[in-house]
Design a protein around this ligand. Structure first.
Ligand code: IMP
Ligand code: MG
Length: 192
């Protein structure tokens, strides 16, 4: 494997990323991510057999996970919608409030909704969103999250589909941002 050399003189493996003074290491490869995406899509297909669910992406972090899960679901018809929620600003810790910046555009009454989220951290975003979807009259609500910070997450209702449980490190890539950047990384990296 090739090595890159930092100005400080330390050697890093190629799967290490340096942003400013922060060091990130690869946590999941694109192949590992896709295998979990496929497994979650299969579960959704089974649970939603005969139904036409709405995949409700939580923008912006879930945008890549949403489109990958969407393309992987073939056994049932599926609609797509999205909400934009904000709980973080530019900080790496939760700001303590959740704001709906963009509401769903579809009529949710009587529908099966699968919320598609990039990561559950404190859980406050999901604790806010799940009841909102039910209040809008959805017949059922499920939550699919690619990442789940099991040590810190406090969910009122457990998530139905989890890609990976991860430790309480800040992560970037595959839709997850670092100050709005790095969503385009194909792997997921954690801050060391
Ligand atoms: P929660 O409300 O604390 O569960 O945070 C959920 C939201 O915060 C997610 O939808 C992400 O957009 C963002 N977030 C939480 N942890 C991270 C992280 O490690 N990297 C990037 N974004 C994160
Ligand atoms: Mg998110």
């Amino acid at each position: 494997m090739s090595l890159s050399r930092e100005a400080s003189g330390y050697f890093f493996l190629m799967n290490t990323l340096t942003i400013g003074t922060d060091i990130f290491k690869e946590l999941f490869t694109p192949e590992e991510i896709q295998s979990r995406v496929k497994a979650i899509a299969r579960e959704i297909e089974q649970d939603m057999a005969g139904e036409t669910p709405i995949l409700m992406g939580v923008m912006k972090g879930a945008l890549i996970f949403l489109t990958d899960v969407l393309r992987e679901i073939q056994a049932v018809d599926v609609e797509v919608d999205y909400v934009r929620l904000k709980s973080y600003g530019n900080n790496e810790v939760s700001s303590g409030t959740v704001e709906m910046v963009h509401a769903p555009s579809s009529v949710l009454a009587g529908r099966d909704v699968v919320i598609v989220e990039d990561i559950i951290d404190s859980g406050q975003t999901m604790n806010f969103l799940r009841p909102k979807i039910l209040e809008a009259g959805a017949k059922s609500v499920r939550v699919a999250t690619l990442l789940y910070k099991s040590e810190v997450a406090r969910l009122n209702t457990p998530a139905e589909y989890i890609g990976f449980s991860i430790p309480n490190n800040f992560v970037i890539g595959y839709g997850l941002d670092y100050r709005q950047l790095k969503r385009n990384l194909r792997s997921i990296y954690y801050k060391v």
